[in-house]
Design a protein around this ligand. Structure first.
Ligand code: NCD
Length: 304
Protein backbone atom coordinates (compact mmCIF):
# COMPACT_ATOMS: atom_id res chain seq x y z
CA UNK A 1 0.00 0.00 0.00
CA UNK A 2 1.31 3.45 -0.97
CA UNK A 3 0.80 6.75 0.82
CA UNK A 4 1.74 10.25 -0.34
CA UNK A 5 3.25 12.22 2.54
CA UNK A 6 6.19 14.12 1.02
CA UNK A 7 6.56 15.43 -2.52
CA UNK A 8 9.62 13.20 -2.99
CA UNK A 9 7.81 9.99 -1.99
CA UNK A 10 7.12 9.59 -5.70
CA UNK A 11 9.96 9.02 -8.15
CA UNK A 12 10.29 11.30 -11.17
CA UNK A 13 8.98 8.43 -13.34
CA UNK A 14 5.94 8.01 -11.07
CA UNK A 15 5.25 11.74 -11.16
CA UNK A 16 5.49 11.76 -14.95
CA UNK A 17 3.06 8.86 -15.01
CA UNK A 18 0.55 10.74 -12.83
CA UNK A 19 0.88 13.89 -14.96
CA UNK A 20 0.36 11.84 -18.15
CA UNK A 21 -2.73 10.22 -16.64
CA UNK A 22 -4.07 13.64 -15.61
CA UNK A 23 -3.65 14.82 -19.20
CA UNK A 24 -5.48 11.72 -20.47
CA UNK A 25 -8.33 12.45 -18.05
CA UNK A 26 -8.48 16.06 -19.32
CA UNK A 27 -8.63 14.80 -22.91
CA UNK A 28 -11.31 12.17 -22.29
CA UNK A 29 -13.19 12.77 -19.05
CA UNK A 30 -16.05 10.42 -19.86
CA UNK A 31 -13.72 7.42 -19.98
CA UNK A 32 -12.90 7.86 -16.29
CA UNK A 33 -16.35 8.72 -14.93
CA UNK A 34 -17.01 5.30 -13.37
CA UNK A 35 -13.52 4.18 -12.46
CA UNK A 36 -14.04 4.73 -8.73
CA UNK A 37 -17.59 3.42 -8.59
CA UNK A 38 -18.19 2.01 -5.11
CA UNK A 39 -15.10 3.74 -3.67
CA UNK A 40 -15.12 6.30 -0.90
CA UNK A 41 -12.72 9.13 -0.15
CA UNK A 42 -12.60 10.55 3.38
CA UNK A 43 -11.37 14.13 3.73
CA UNK A 44 -10.11 14.75 7.26
CA UNK A 45 -9.34 18.47 7.40
CA UNK A 46 -8.16 19.78 10.77
CA UNK A 47 -7.29 23.13 9.16
CA UNK A 48 -9.21 25.43 6.79
CA UNK A 49 -9.21 24.76 3.07
CA UNK A 50 -11.28 25.58 0.01
CA UNK A 51 -9.46 24.36 -3.10
CA UNK A 52 -7.68 21.36 -1.70
CA UNK A 53 -10.65 19.77 0.04
CA UNK A 54 -13.23 20.62 -2.60
CA UNK A 55 -10.96 19.59 -5.48
CA UNK A 56 -10.33 16.25 -3.77
CA UNK A 57 -14.05 15.76 -3.30
CA UNK A 58 -14.89 16.89 -6.85
CA UNK A 59 -12.14 14.58 -8.15
CA UNK A 60 -13.64 11.54 -6.40
CA UNK A 61 -17.14 12.47 -7.57
CA UNK A 62 -15.94 12.82 -11.17
CA UNK A 63 -14.50 9.33 -10.91
CA UNK A 64 -17.91 8.00 -9.86
CA UNK A 65 -17.04 7.55 -6.18
CA UNK A 66 -18.39 9.06 -2.97
CA UNK A 67 -16.99 11.31 -0.27
CA UNK A 68 -17.30 11.70 3.50
CA UNK A 69 -15.35 13.58 6.12
CA UNK A 70 -15.05 16.74 8.17
CA UNK A 71 -13.75 20.20 7.39
CA UNK A 72 -12.86 21.34 10.90
CA UNK A 73 -11.49 19.59 13.96
CA UNK A 74 -14.41 21.08 15.94
CA UNK A 75 -16.85 18.89 13.98
CA UNK A 76 -15.11 15.64 14.89
CA UNK A 77 -14.15 13.59 17.93
CA UNK A 78 -10.81 15.38 17.90
CA UNK A 79 -12.59 17.96 20.01
CA UNK A 80 -13.12 15.13 22.55
CA UNK A 81 -9.41 14.41 22.56
CA UNK A 82 -9.11 11.56 20.07
CA UNK A 83 -5.65 11.01 18.56
CA UNK A 84 -4.96 11.23 14.83
CA UNK A 85 -3.94 7.57 14.89
CA UNK A 86 -7.24 6.41 16.36
CA UNK A 87 -9.28 8.62 14.04
CA UNK A 88 -7.53 7.19 11.01
CA UNK A 89 -7.85 3.58 12.15
CA UNK A 90 -11.58 4.11 12.46
CA UNK A 91 -12.11 6.14 9.28
CA UNK A 92 -10.06 3.51 7.45
CA UNK A 93 -12.92 1.10 8.22
CA UNK A 94 -15.34 3.37 6.37
CA UNK A 95 -13.32 4.76 3.45
CA UNK A 96 -10.94 3.39 0.80
CA UNK A 97 -8.58 6.37 0.80
CA UNK A 98 -8.00 9.35 3.11
CA UNK A 99 -6.85 12.91 2.39
CA UNK A 100 -5.70 14.65 5.56
CA UNK A 101 -4.77 18.27 6.32
CA UNK A 102 -3.35 19.04 9.74
CA UNK A 103 -1.70 22.07 11.41
CA UNK A 104 0.97 19.83 12.96
CA UNK A 105 3.96 18.87 10.82
CA UNK A 106 4.17 15.09 10.61
CA UNK A 107 0.52 14.30 11.50
CA UNK A 108 -0.25 12.65 8.12
CA UNK A 109 2.99 10.68 8.42
CA UNK A 110 1.90 9.44 11.84
CA UNK A 111 -1.51 8.56 10.37
CA UNK A 112 0.10 6.55 7.57
CA UNK A 113 1.84 4.33 10.11
CA UNK A 114 -1.44 2.93 11.42
CA UNK A 115 -3.86 3.46 8.55
CA UNK A 116 -5.45 0.46 6.83
CA UNK A 117 -5.93 2.58 3.65
CA UNK A 118 -3.73 5.01 1.65
CA UNK A 119 -3.15 8.41 3.28
CA UNK A 120 -2.61 11.53 1.21
CA UNK A 121 -1.04 14.53 2.95
CA UNK A 122 -3.20 17.50 1.97
CA UNK A 123 -0.89 19.93 3.81
CA UNK A 124 0.84 19.54 7.20
CA UNK A 125 1.69 22.78 8.98
CA UNK A 126 4.54 24.67 7.34
CA UNK A 127 6.07 21.44 6.08
CA UNK A 128 4.76 19.82 2.91
CA UNK A 129 1.88 19.90 0.46
CA UNK A 130 2.57 17.21 -2.15
CA UNK A 131 -0.74 17.40 -4.03
CA UNK A 132 -0.28 21.14 -4.51
CA UNK A 133 3.13 20.27 -5.91
CA UNK A 134 1.58 17.80 -8.37
CA UNK A 135 -0.85 20.57 -9.33
CA UNK A 136 2.05 22.99 -9.85
CA UNK A 137 4.01 20.46 -11.90
CA UNK A 138 1.02 19.69 -14.13
CA UNK A 139 0.48 23.43 -14.59
CA UNK A 140 4.13 24.05 -15.51
CA UNK A 141 4.05 21.13 -17.94
CA UNK A 142 0.84 22.27 -19.61
CA UNK A 143 1.80 25.95 -19.73
CA UNK A 144 5.43 25.51 -20.78
CA UNK A 145 5.42 22.17 -22.56
CA UNK A 146 8.16 20.68 -20.38
CA UNK A 147 9.40 20.44 -16.82
CA UNK A 148 12.84 21.94 -16.51
CA UNK A 149 15.03 24.47 -18.31
CA UNK A 150 13.59 27.61 -16.77
CA UNK A 151 14.32 30.28 -14.19
CA UNK A 152 11.73 30.28 -11.42
CA UNK A 153 11.21 33.10 -8.94
CA UNK A 154 9.58 32.00 -5.69
CA UNK A 155 8.17 35.07 -4.00
CA UNK A 156 6.63 35.89 -0.62
CA UNK A 157 6.53 33.76 2.49
CA UNK A 158 9.27 31.25 1.81
CA UNK A 159 9.66 30.53 5.51
CA UNK A 160 6.23 29.18 6.34
CA UNK A 161 4.93 28.40 2.84
CA UNK A 162 4.62 24.63 2.59
CA UNK A 163 3.76 24.79 -1.10
CA UNK A 164 7.17 26.33 -1.79
CA UNK A 165 9.01 23.77 0.34
CA UNK A 166 7.30 20.89 -1.44
CA UNK A 167 7.76 22.37 -4.90
CA UNK A 168 11.48 23.07 -4.47
CA UNK A 169 12.11 19.48 -3.36
CA UNK A 170 10.21 18.09 -6.34
CA UNK A 171 11.75 20.46 -8.91
CA UNK A 172 15.27 19.75 -7.68
CA UNK A 173 15.10 16.45 -9.56
CA UNK A 174 14.53 18.09 -12.97
CA UNK A 175 17.28 19.53 -15.17
CA UNK A 176 18.24 23.10 -15.95
CA UNK A 177 16.29 25.03 -13.31
CA UNK A 178 17.59 28.29 -11.79
CA UNK A 179 16.01 29.33 -8.52
CA UNK A 180 15.49 32.94 -7.47
CA UNK A 181 14.26 33.27 -3.89
CA UNK A 182 12.42 36.55 -3.39
CA UNK A 183 11.60 37.16 0.29
CA UNK A 184 12.11 39.67 3.09
CA UNK A 185 14.84 38.68 5.53
CA UNK A 186 12.28 37.53 8.11
CA UNK A 187 10.57 35.17 5.66
CA UNK A 188 13.58 33.62 3.95
CA UNK A 189 13.59 29.97 2.93
CA UNK A 190 14.53 27.73 5.91
CA UNK A 191 18.22 26.89 6.12
CA UNK A 192 17.58 23.15 5.92
CA UNK A 193 16.21 23.49 2.39
CA UNK A 194 19.13 25.67 1.26
CA UNK A 195 21.54 23.11 2.69
CA UNK A 196 19.80 19.81 1.90
CA UNK A 197 18.47 20.74 -1.52
CA UNK A 198 20.33 23.61 -3.21
CA UNK A 199 23.77 23.09 -1.71
CA UNK A 200 23.66 19.29 -1.50
CA UNK A 201 22.58 19.01 -5.15
CA UNK A 202 24.72 21.93 -6.37
CA UNK A 203 21.71 23.75 -7.82
CA UNK A 204 21.97 27.39 -8.94
CA UNK A 205 20.05 29.72 -6.60
CA UNK A 206 20.15 33.28 -5.36
CA UNK A 207 18.30 35.23 -2.70
CA UNK A 208 17.00 38.75 -3.42
CA UNK A 209 14.78 41.25 -1.64
CA UNK A 210 12.71 42.69 -4.50
CA UNK A 211 10.91 41.21 -7.48
CA UNK A 212 11.69 44.26 -9.64
CA UNK A 213 15.41 43.48 -9.73
CA UNK A 214 14.88 39.99 -11.17
CA UNK A 215 11.62 40.29 -13.15
CA UNK A 216 13.26 40.39 -16.64
CA UNK A 217 15.09 37.08 -16.06
CA UNK A 218 12.12 35.01 -14.83
CA UNK A 219 10.29 32.38 -16.90
CA UNK A 220 8.07 31.39 -13.97
CA UNK A 221 6.93 33.53 -11.04
CA UNK A 222 5.45 31.55 -8.13
CA UNK A 223 3.67 34.00 -5.83
CA UNK A 224 2.62 33.07 -2.29
CA UNK A 225 0.50 34.43 0.52
CA UNK A 226 2.11 35.50 3.79
CA UNK A 227 0.96 32.66 6.10
CA UNK A 228 -0.83 34.65 8.79
CA UNK A 229 -1.82 31.55 10.79
CA UNK A 230 1.82 30.56 11.38
CA UNK A 231 2.97 33.90 12.85
CA UNK A 232 3.59 34.22 16.55
CA UNK A 233 2.51 37.84 16.71
CA UNK A 234 0.06 39.97 14.75
CA UNK A 235 2.41 42.99 14.49
CA UNK A 236 4.97 41.00 12.48
CA UNK A 237 2.27 39.78 10.12
CA UNK A 238 0.87 43.27 9.59
CA UNK A 239 4.36 44.63 8.87
CA UNK A 240 5.21 41.90 6.34
CA UNK A 241 1.91 41.03 4.68
CA UNK A 242 2.08 43.53 1.83
CA UNK A 243 5.81 43.30 1.09
CA UNK A 244 5.13 42.10 -2.45
CA UNK A 245 2.23 43.13 -4.62
CA UNK A 246 2.41 42.05 -8.24
CA UNK A 247 0.65 44.51 -10.52
CA UNK A 248 0.60 45.50 -14.19
CA UNK A 249 3.35 48.06 -13.69
CA UNK A 250 5.79 45.51 -12.26
CA UNK A 251 5.01 43.16 -15.14
CA UNK A 252 6.20 45.74 -17.70
CA UNK A 253 9.75 44.36 -17.62
CA UNK A 254 8.66 40.68 -17.53
CA UNK A 255 9.11 38.19 -20.37
CA UNK A 256 6.15 37.89 -22.76
CA UNK A 257 5.89 34.17 -21.96
CA UNK A 258 6.23 34.42 -18.18
CA UNK A 259 4.01 31.94 -16.28
CA UNK A 260 2.54 33.42 -13.09
CA UNK A 261 1.47 30.76 -10.59
CA UNK A 262 -0.09 31.05 -7.13
CA UNK A 263 -1.44 28.13 -5.08
CA UNK A 264 -4.24 30.48 -3.86
CA UNK A 265 -5.89 31.80 -1.74
CA UNK A 266 -4.47 35.20 -2.61
CA UNK A 267 -4.80 38.14 -0.28
CA UNK A 268 -3.09 41.28 -1.67
CA UNK A 269 -0.03 39.79 -3.33
CA UNK A 270 -1.45 39.83 -6.86
CA UNK A 271 -3.57 42.82 -7.91
CA UNK A 272 -6.84 41.70 -9.55
CA UNK A 273 -5.86 43.69 -12.67
CA UNK A 274 -3.28 40.94 -13.40
CA UNK A 275 -6.01 38.30 -13.73
CA UNK A 276 -6.78 39.29 -17.34
CA UNK A 277 -3.14 39.00 -18.38
CA UNK A 278 -2.67 35.79 -20.39
CA UNK A 279 0.45 35.10 -18.33
CA UNK A 280 -1.69 34.65 -15.19
CA UNK A 281 -2.04 30.87 -14.80
CA UNK A 282 -3.42 30.62 -11.26
CA UNK A 283 -7.04 29.88 -12.06
CA UNK A 284 -6.03 27.30 -14.66
CA UNK A 285 -3.71 25.93 -11.96
CA UNK A 286 -6.67 25.50 -9.57
CA UNK A 287 -8.51 23.51 -12.26
CA UNK A 288 -5.44 21.34 -12.85
CA UNK A 289 -5.56 20.50 -9.14
CA UNK A 290 -8.74 18.51 -9.63
CA UNK A 291 -7.41 16.49 -12.57
CA UNK A 292 -4.11 15.68 -10.91
CA UNK A 293 -5.92 14.50 -7.76
CA UNK A 294 -8.11 12.26 -9.91
CA UNK A 295 -4.96 10.74 -11.42
CA UNK A 296 -3.27 10.39 -8.02
CA UNK A 297 -6.24 8.60 -6.43
CA UNK A 298 -6.51 6.21 -9.38
CA UNK A 299 -2.84 5.34 -8.92
CA UNK A 300 -2.99 4.93 -5.13
CA UNK A 301 -6.11 2.79 -5.41
CA UNK A 302 -4.32 0.76 -8.09
CA UNK A 303 -7.13 1.34 -10.56
CA UNK A 304 -4.91 2.76 -13.32
C1 NCD B 1 -2.01 26.61 0.15
C2 NCD B 1 -1.86 25.87 1.46
O1 NCD B 1 -2.86 25.49 2.05
O2 NCD B 1 -0.72 25.67 1.84
N1 NCD B 1 -3.31 26.60 -0.34
C3 NCD B 1 -3.71 25.56 -1.12
O3 NCD B 1 -3.73 24.42 -0.69
N2 NCD B 1 -4.00 25.83 -2.41
C4 NCD B 1 -1.43 27.97 0.15
C5 NCD B 1 -1.88 28.94 1.21
O4 NCD B 1 -2.73 28.64 2.04
O5 NCD B 1 -1.38 30.06 1.16
Amino acid sequence: MRHLIDSTDLSVAEIDDILDLAQKIIDNRAAYSEMCKGKKLATLFYEPSTRTRLSFEAAMMELGGNVLGFSSADDSSVSKGESVGDTVRVVGCYADIIAMRHPKEGAPMRASMVSPVPIINAGDGGHNHPTQTLTDLLTLKRERGQLGNFTIGLCGDLKFGRTVHSLIKALSRYEGINYVLIAPTELKLPGYLIKDVFEAEGLPYKEVLTMEEVMPELDVLYMTRVQKERFFNEADYVRLKDTYILDKKKLKTAKPDLSILHPLPRVNEIAPEVDEDPRACYFRQALNGKFVRMALMLKLLELA
